[in-house]
Every structure is written in structure tokens, then in C-alpha cells.
Ligand binder design. Sequence first.
Ligand code: ZN
Length: 235
Amino acid sequence: MNLDPSSALVLFSGGQDSTTCLAWALSRYRRVETIGFAYGQRHAVEMEVREPVRRGLGALSADWAARLGPDRVVPLDVLGEVSVSALTADLPLGTRPDGLPSTFVPGRNLVFLTFAAIVANQRRLKHVVAGVCETDFSGYPDCRDDTVKALQVALNLGLEARLALQTPLMWIDKAETWALARTLGGDGLVDLIVERTHTCYLGDRSRRHDWGVGCGACDACRLRAAGWQRYRAGT
Ligand code: ZN
């Protein structure tokens, strides 16, 4: 199947990383669509901020508005049934006996990237963009560069396709992710990410900090806050 080289499908969750990835794709490709997954997250807040964030990106730039195509949400509730983690069940946040964080959802990114690749191939979207990061993250093995590269090979073989999995955040840390957002969309994009995106593992939307909204104590909030402080110190 001929894929359109100036098109992309962005895995978009409504968080800081995937919003930055969506802006990155809108700056680079003429046709950009988004995909999200409902997998029985304990907190569905991320799903609720997706559309306001998409609209906010379109409002920042007429070019981006023209390039931004349809969104789709794929129900994957079965993932929450077979893959137990602190994000899908009422388990404490912390570290598992094998050293991985309890928020690790086994197989999640493998499943997401596979479904995204199926959709991208059918819609002739060449690039599949994901906000996974090896540098500054909790050590999820399916966020690593080798995992993504191996999966690209498997998907292209199995789908008889030439998709390209793009991971613009793979080698940058959270401070550099804020800086990338500023480069892509100026302070307007930084403000949109602070105000609208959701990162907190506990789904807390009641506490406002200078880096955004969240509990301020979970791993995701602490990572986001520390990155923001390093970013602000450098600007
Ligand atoms: Zn939090």
C-alpha cells in the first residue's frame, strides 16, 4: 500500500508528552490524525482533555488547524482486564518486586503501537508518532528505543508496510520537552500544555501549580514539576 510521506498518526493521550508530539507532527507533516486508547484507566481525566487540547492547538496556528485531521478513540478495555497495574486497578503506587514501577502496564505500548500501525496503514499515514522516552522516565521497558525499533520491523513485516515509528522525545529529558514545545509553538503552546494537558497518575485536577494541574506528589507530577523548574531556570 502506498503511504503518504507527508502524513502522520499521533498517539495522543492528552498529556504533556503526546501534546508536544502532536505539535511536532503538525509542524512537519501536511496531514496529521490522532488516535487514543481507552483501556480502563483508573482516571479517565486524560480522555476528557484530549479534545480541548486539540482545539487549542488549532487555535494557535492556522497552518496547524488546516493540517489537523480526525481523531479516533479505540476501546481497549480488555487491556485493563488482562494487564494488572496501578493505573488500571486499585493498587498502591510504588515499585514492584522486579524493580519496575507499579504504574507499568505490561504490553501497553506494544498494543498501542500495534493498533496505531494498523490504523495508520489503512489510512495511508506513513509516520506513527509516539511520545515515548528512554532518557528521563520511570524505566518502562516498552518505552525504550530498541523496543520501538524492533516493533517497527515486526509491524512492517507483518503488515507488509513501510511505516516509520517516530519518537521525537526519545533522547530528551522533561526540561528539553518543555523547550521543544516553546520552539514549536512559542509561549502559546507552553501555556496550552500547562493549562490543559493532564499528566497526574492520581487524576487530580484540583491543585494548580506553575507547571500545571495535578497532585504534585506522584511520579508523573514530580517528573513534570522538576522538568518545568529546570526549563524555567534555563530560559
Ligand atoms: Zn500527580
